[in-house]
Design a protein around this ligand. Structure first.
Ligand code: AKG
Length: 236
């Protein structure tokens, strides 16, 4: 299924496998990190959390990629095969960068997670490894695979607003919050085992959700695919 801002939504793994991997993520709690608090933890460390310190990002990738590969190797293979069919070229890890990792989100005391900040996934611009110099940074997709969905509520909100158009419309230092209130986003609801793939330069955010089972987190696999001459290079 594909529509405005090139969103593709499809099943990648079955519900049973999604539950199995969510369970693995939950059990690897000793490796969870909460950089910003607010109910959001990660397994793996994303570039957007570390783009001020690339040495630390690459060091963390070296340490955590081994664990992620050991625990989720077969999942990465299924995701890569899906992306190859969807994006139409070879998919590989971006050398030295963090493997796709997991967002683990719990609700606050009021039983609600009020949603993430509207943003564009442009963190690749700070990547300056030798590999990056051969990439074409104009083409990048982001993907989210739902693994555990409290109250059936994994939702991503995507605005029909591309970064370059936003710059033209609102100016260089535009406020994403006020841009986001100009037009409503389109909510994409998806279920464990399903993935959405969308252009990284469209404004989006983690959708809000409520749950009356606070122990049941929203668990998703996250990553980005950058177009390069040899195919699509995947990182987080
Ligand atoms: O999990 C989602 O719904 C979207 C995640 C997101 O916005 C991101 O990782 O940049």
């Amino acid at each position: 299924m594909s529509d405005h801002c090139s969103v593709i939504q499809n099943r990648v793994i079955d519900v049973k496998d999604a539950a199995h991997y969510a369970d693995r993520v939950n059990k690897l709690r000793e490796y969870h990190t909460s950089v910003w608090g607010g109910g959001l933890s990660t397994l793996g460390l994303a570039l957007y959390q570390m783009d001020h310190d690339l040495d630390a990002y690459f060091a963390s990738a070296r340490r955590l990629n081994k664990i992620l590969w050991r625990e989720f190797g077969p999942l990465y293979k299924q995701v890569f095969s899906f992306l190859e069919n969807t994006l139409g070229n070879r998919v590989m890890f971006l050398d030295g960068s963090a493997f796709p990792g997991f967002h683990i989100i719990e609700t606050g005391n009021d039983g609600t997670f009020w949603g993430g900040m509207p943003h564009f996934d442009l963190s690749y611009q700070s990547l300056c490894s030798p590999t990056f110099s051969e990439l074409s940074p104009t083409d990048q997709y982001s993907f989210t695979l739902a693994l555990q969905s409290p109250a059936g509520a994994v939702r991503t909100d995507i605005w029909n607003l591309e970064y370059d158009s936003a710059l033209e419309k609102y100016g260089q230092d535009f406020d994403r919050m006020s841009a986001s209130s100009d037009t409503p986003p389109r909510p994409y609801l998806y279920h464990p085992g399903e993935m959405i793939v969308f252009r990284s330069d469209y404004m989006h955010r983690i959708g809000e959700f409520s749950s009356d089972t606070p122990d049941l987190c929203r668990v998703t696999l996250q990553g980005h695919a950058l177009k390069c001459p040899r195919g699509w290079a995947v990182y987080w």
